[in-house]
Design a protein around this ligand. Sequence first.
Ligand code: SAH
Length: 231
Amino acid sequence: MPFRASILTLYPEMFPGPLGFSLAGEALRRGLWSLETHQIRDHGIGRHRNVDDNPAGGGAGMVLRCDVLGAAIDAAVPAQDTRPRLLMSPRGAPLSQRQVRDWVSGEGVVIVCGRFEGVDERVIEGRGLIEVSIGDYILSGGEMAALVLLDACVRLIPGVMGKELSGEDESFENGLLEYPHYTRPREWEGRGLPEALLSGDHARIARWRRAEAERITRERRPDLLKDRSGD
Ligand code: SAH
């Protein structure tokens, strides 16, 4: 069964958006993954289909109602659907390559996109939503975060990236940031190529790349090295 993404949002027109282009777009058209959107407002209250209300206890902003969101989830996702139900949220666990691989090995994901100040806590509990963050900053809505999450997933679906060794060497895949890349020309503005890469000696090239990956990780993200030794 191909990877299936179901999105609950107030802005379904934002999808597939950038995922309609390039490798992800081609894969979508070829049926390697599928995307469906569900308009939360279809379950809004009254003639104006209200979806939000003032925060209990007062304060600024509006909160997505739990009854509205609960009804939207129930209509979009059958109870026996075992896909993880994600809620894009700055409070969530940071999105990681490991987590993305895990989701791709399953049947897909359900993604709820928040808006306003966020969603009523009771629907997070009541529908078992897993909060996922794409970084320590605040977006105006969950849609772009959902697109980021899906882009990271879709490129790992078998067949999407073509014949390339698809990412085994990439940053985070082995707990290291990636080594530097070079291509033509052989000299540019007085800058040449690292000698090891010209040697034709595959073992030497592999050693050089490994050493560079370790150096860059040590300089920029020493926290990744710590995580590795803890494995
Ligand atoms: N008041 C909230 C922020 C709400 S931003 C807080 O302080 O935590 C509105 C919506 O945008 C959120 O409900 C969420 O769906 C989305 N969003 C904002 N920042 C995000 C992030 N870093 N990662 C994932 N989703 C985010």
